[in-house]
Design a binder for this molecule. Structure first.
Ligand code: ADP
Ligand code: MG
Length: 588
């Protein structure tokens, strides 16, 4: 069976081997076992149900929460020659009827639907008239109230399945690995003795880094400038922050889009489309953006703020490098992020035990930002992955991409200023004193007569504040009090003043993603042209990694081209000649 799967994988998807976990999940589904597959974003869950759908005699029903995702997947499958369709509320009634009729006649191998559809009588009638071999429930965590994506209609799936004349095999798929949610999926989907797989959490091609104590805006500008041609996502915690980063980049002439819940649906959709079609390179967004969007050539994901927990972070960061090419995931940490996340948890209507759970997860996220050990290992251990690589060398804490800078003198200036004002003022006042500002309140309090007044006048106020944040993050200073916290000495700060010592800051060495070569650029243009002509997103034609391999192997005939990862027979027929011609022209 697995042999046959491998052949189909090559033929329809153009991949010569399975990714971690795929073969096991497919094997279990083909044996007829209910299966719960917990694999991170980008691990390739879709293939786990798309491939069995080719082998099973009847229809595979895919339940999925998002319309954008369906169209994408159906386009992808159709381009590979698999009869597939979706039925959802974006279609006019007549089209729905047409598709239902076709589906009832068994014309599709794959039918994608939103969960609400399962409750509609005309759909149920169709479902009873055709053989359904497999029901794949994608984003299965939506069934649980523990997650943030709860969809009540997911709870109706089990009932729908019970109403079918024959019970199909059930596959549930999610990237969310928490124990509570795992339990809910098994319970509410009524999975029967399911095989449970937790795999593929390591994303080898991704580089992880946490950067603390920098001016975030400067960092973003610098980063986007160095990676100008690369598509990337910048996540920020609030709409306001999204708007401000967006305006900043816009103001410097970068092609960027934005996405948050405060925009009208039309605007959001247009923005998303522009990003998918490579018309804008940078997307600045809240966490509302990205669920189910399979844009495979995202080269970096910057977090402008720390997210609320590791699950959220890894899901968002995991949108980089889905094509297997290198991607960078950088989290810009600031202490205000902690205050914001605590505030957000506090504002929820969760029951006390749920709140405690959220605070604990937040603390684990904060620990990720503070740890000096391997970041990859930290994440993999968090998710309970069995196979953890010994050496990473691809995170900011393991690799030589960051350097330690001695900031002892600056630290001492800040600490002594905190002591001079008797640990009774906030970061803003400390920064004003060190800067030597003429702020009225400062003058009234006589702080212009302190020995630390103006000691750091060659720095900007934001730079001094960042330094304070860094010292808080490292435990030299501590923040006390709610909304307007007072800066106090932390345990390490007391020791530094008493016994001396050296304060280090980890700073990132500047580096660039290697520039694309000319042929690669030509291929991207060709792909964009074909995409416009066919009305599908460029990455559905060929992913960046396929283009990259084409530029390396330079195939000159069909056989050679079919050897390239991502080139299946159907895509070869449809798009192959254009690319072969381009290579010929390039070689002259
Ligand atoms: P998930 O749903 O788990 O987030 P997807 O199913 O969207 O992930 O797949 C992520 C990417 O991996 C897609 O670009 C897909 O084409 C690619 N992919 C899937 N299976 C393989 C494979 N066996 N070899 C190489 N790439 C694969
Ligand atoms: Mg998916």
């Amino acid at each position: 069976m697995i042999e046959q799967s491998r052949k189909l994988l090559q033929k329809y998807f153009g991949y010569s081997s399975f990714k971690a976990g795929q073969a096991k999940v497919i094997g279990a589904l083909l044996e007829g076992s209910d299966t719960l597959a917990i694999m991170p974003t980008g691990a390739g869950k879709s293939v786990c149900y798309q491939l069995p759908s080719l082998i099973y005699p009847g229809v595979t029903l895919v339940v999925s929460p998002l319309i954008a995702l369906m169209k994408d997947q159906v386009d992808g499958m159709s381009a590979s020659g698999v009869p597939a369709t979706f039925i959802n509320s974006s279609l006019p009634g007549a089209e729905v009827s047409r598709r239902l009729k076709q589906a009832g006649q068994g014309e599709f191998k794959l039918v994608y639907v939103a969960p609400e559809r399962l409750e509609m009588p005309d759909f149920q009638e169709m479902a009873r008239s055709v053989e359904i071999s497999l029901v794949a429930v994608d984003e299965a965590h939506c069934i649980s109230q523990w997650g943030h994506d709860f969809r009540p209609s997911y709870r109706k799936i089990a009932g729908f399945i019970q109403s079918l004349p024959q019970r199909p095999v059930l596959g549930a798929f999610t990237a969310t690995a928490t124990r509570e949610i795992r339990g809910d999926i098994v319970k509410f989907l009524d999975l029967r003795e399911p095989h449970v797989f937790v795999s593929g959490f390591d994303r080898e091609n991704l580089y992880f880094e946490v950067i603390r104590g920098v001016n975030k805006k400067d960092f973003v500008l610098d980063y986007v400038r160095s990676n100008r041609e690369q598509p990337g996502i910048i996540y920020a915690a609030t709409r306001r922050e999204v708007d401000s980063v967006y305006e900043l980049l816009r103001g410097r002439g970068y092609l960027c889009g934005r996405y948050h819940a405060g925009m009208r649906a039309k605007e959001r959709e247009a923005s998303q489309e522009a990003f998918i079609h490579d018309q804008v390179t940078v997307m600045v967004a809240t966490n509302a953006f990205g669920m189910g969007i399979d844009k495979s050539n995202v080269r970096y994901v910057l977090h402008y703020n720390m997210p609320k927990n590791i699950e959220a972070y890894y899901q968002e960061a995991g949108r980089a490098g889905r094509d297997g090419e290198p991607g960078e995931c950088i989290l810009l940490f600031g202490v205000q992020d902690i205050l914001l996340q605590k505030y957000l948890i506090n504002e929820t209507v969760y029951a006390p035990n749920r709140k405690a759970n959220e605070y604990q997860k937040l603390q684990q996220m904060i620990d990720y930002c503070y740890t000096t050990n391997c970041l990859r290992r930290y994440i993999l251990e968090y998710f309970g992955e069995q196979e953890i690589p010994a050496e990473c060398n691809r995170c900011g804490n393991c690799s030589g991409d960051s350097e330690l800078v001695d900031i002892t003198v600056e630290a001492q200036m800040v600490l002594s200023c905190v002591v001079r004002v008797k640990e009774r003022y906030g970061a803003g006042m400390i920064a004003d004193i060190l800067k030597g500002s003429k702020n009225k309140r400062l003058l009234r309090l006589g702080f212009n007569r302190l020995s630390t007044y103006g000691l750091m006048n060659s720095y900007t106020i934001p730079q001094i504040k960042e330094l304070i944040n860094l010292l808080v993050a490292e435990g030299y200073l501590a923040l006390a009090g709610g909304e307007y916290p007072v800066v106090k000495l932390g345990p390490k700060g007391v020791r530094l003043l008493k016994e001396g010592g050296v304060v280090w800051q980890r700073r990132r060495k500047k580096k660039k993603v290697p520039p694309s070569d000319a042929l690669f650029e030509k291929m991207r243009l060709l792909r964009k042209e074909i995409a416009a002509r066919e009305g599908i997103p460029p990455y559905i034609i060929f992913s960046d990694s396929t283009l990259r391999e084409l530029t390396e192997k330079l195939p000159q005939d069909r056989e050679a081209m079919l050897q390239v990862k991502g080139v299946g027979q159907v895509k070869m027929e449809r798009f192959g000649e254009d690319f072969l011609q381009l290579i010929k022209d390039h070689l002259g």
